[in-house]
Design a protein around this ligand. Structure first.
Ligand SMILES: Nc1ncnc2c1ncn2[C@@H]1O[C@H](COP(=O)(O)OP(=O)(O)OP(=O)(O)O)[C@@H](O)[C@H]1O
Ligand SMILES: [Mg+2]
Length: 363
């Protein structure tokens, strides 16, 4: 059964209760689909189907299409720091705003594939041998690499009409190995996957594993902007230092000029150490966003429900933060596209100052 969204909920998803009036006006003017009656418990209410949300989002939202197609990679060399959460939230936010969106899963753990509700077409009452056959039938990037399928064959739909996915399959391990043995081994994803996808999609989002492997270096070469979570925890400092060093070297050696967007995550404002770390990131990490993602049970719930924080709790503090963050990321990505003709070599600095004076801790 299709889920329906009443006016108030739609306004919340797009981050502002007052949008109710604009949505009603657009409906009267025939600029968005007319709401329909649906059953909600014992009552009948008016609302829109999930498939209609992107038609409303592109009119009233805050995440418009970019001036050209854009590819984002979400990566840092630390596990559990909200990479997949960010990938899911970026993808659903973009799709809810009407952007044609494709997520490319590059992590063998398959978290973003699961979060987008891809179930390998397995029915709840399937037999084991049926399930195994279905799992074997799912084609992915490794099959594309082997020339057994075309790119269209591995793109699957999701619950939103304009949100698509290239699902992760266990054979990504083999692909990672195979990429080591070809010429232009860092460019395969860019040339064979992301460039053709850009002809059709407005935004491509790659969710990486925390490992520095061939799949991730391919994702770095293929992206216009890199989104890197920065966990607001003390043990992330050393990791960040090593990561930023590797990244800088890789960008220089590969002549890459993508934008770095660092996002503080799992920030606990009521803990002094967490607040100090957050402040340190903001003062010392070039490209750090002004807002972080706070530690939040609501956000965890959203991830468990396979939806974005906005769909789950648009008007709660975490939802409002998310709106501000998504706007900032959008603005950063768009301005980097505008400046993308700038000469290589500018903007290569990641640490803006080497002031390691935070509580005596040296990152
Ligand atoms: N705001 C939040 N605060 C605390 N936990 C969160 C928040 N948002 C999501 N989580 C939970 O944190 C866990 C790790 O998140 P996620 O899977 O996005 O990390 P990751 O960096 O992709 O991990 P991996 O390196 O394993 O791929 C998940 O269980 C997720 O539900
Ligand atoms: Mg992940």
């Amino acid at each position: 059964m299709d889920t329906y969204y009443p006016l108030k909920k739609v306004a919340q998803i797009f981050g502002d209760n007052n949008l109710k009036f604009s949505i009603e006006e657009l409906e009267r003017a025939g600029d968005i689909p007319a709401s329909r009656k649906f059953r909600s418990g014992a009552l009948f209410r008016n609302g829109w189907s999930k498939a209609e949300l992107p038609l409303i989002g592109e009119k009233v939202g805050y995440f418009p299409k970019f001036s050209k197609s854009v590819a984002l990679s979400v990566f840092t060399t630390k596990g559990g720091v909200l990479k997949s959460t960010l990938a899911l939230n970026l993808a659903r936010t973009a799709a809810l705003h009407g952007l044609k969106t494709c997520v490319v899963g590059l992590d063998i753990q398959g978290d973003v594939t699961t979060a987008l509700g891809y179930d390998f077409d397995i029915k709840p009452n399937s037999q084991l041998d049926e399930i195994i056959e279905k799992l074997d039938q799912t084609k992915g990037l490794n099959d594309l690499f082997a020339g057994q399928v075309s790119l269209e064959d591995i793109i699957v739909g999701t619950d939103l009409p304009n949100l698509f996915l290239i699902p992760e399959t266990p054979e990504l391990v083999a692909l990672n190995d195979s990429l080591n043995n070809i010429n232009r081994r860092e460019f395969w994803l860019k040339e064979k996957v992301v460039a053709p996808l850009k002809n059709y999609f407005d935004i491509i989002i790659m969710d990486c594993s925390p490992n520095w492997n061939k799949l991730t270096t391919n994702a770095l070469v293929a992206c216009d902007s890199l989104i890197s979570p920065l966990e607001c925890k003390i043990n992330n400092f050393r990791n960040f230092k090593v990561f930023s060093h590797f990244l800088k070297e890789f960008k220089n050696e590969m002549r890459l000029n993508f934008e770095n967007v660092f996002i503080p995550t799992k920030f606990a404002p009521n803990k002094k150490l967490s607040s100090d770390i957050f402040t340190w990131y903001q003062e010392n990490v070039e490209g750090c966003t002004s807002l972080g993602i706070k530690e939040s049970v609501t956000a965890e719930e959203a991830m468990a429900l396979n939806i974005s924080i906005l769909e789950h709790a648009g008007l709660k503090p975490i939802g409002r933060d998310m709106v501000t963050l998504m706007k900032e990321v959008h603005q950063r990505v768009e301005s980097s596209l505008v400046n993308s003709n700038r000469e290589f070599g500018h903007d290569q600095r990641i640490l803006s100052a080497q002031k390691f004076n935070f509580n005596g801790a040296r990152p």
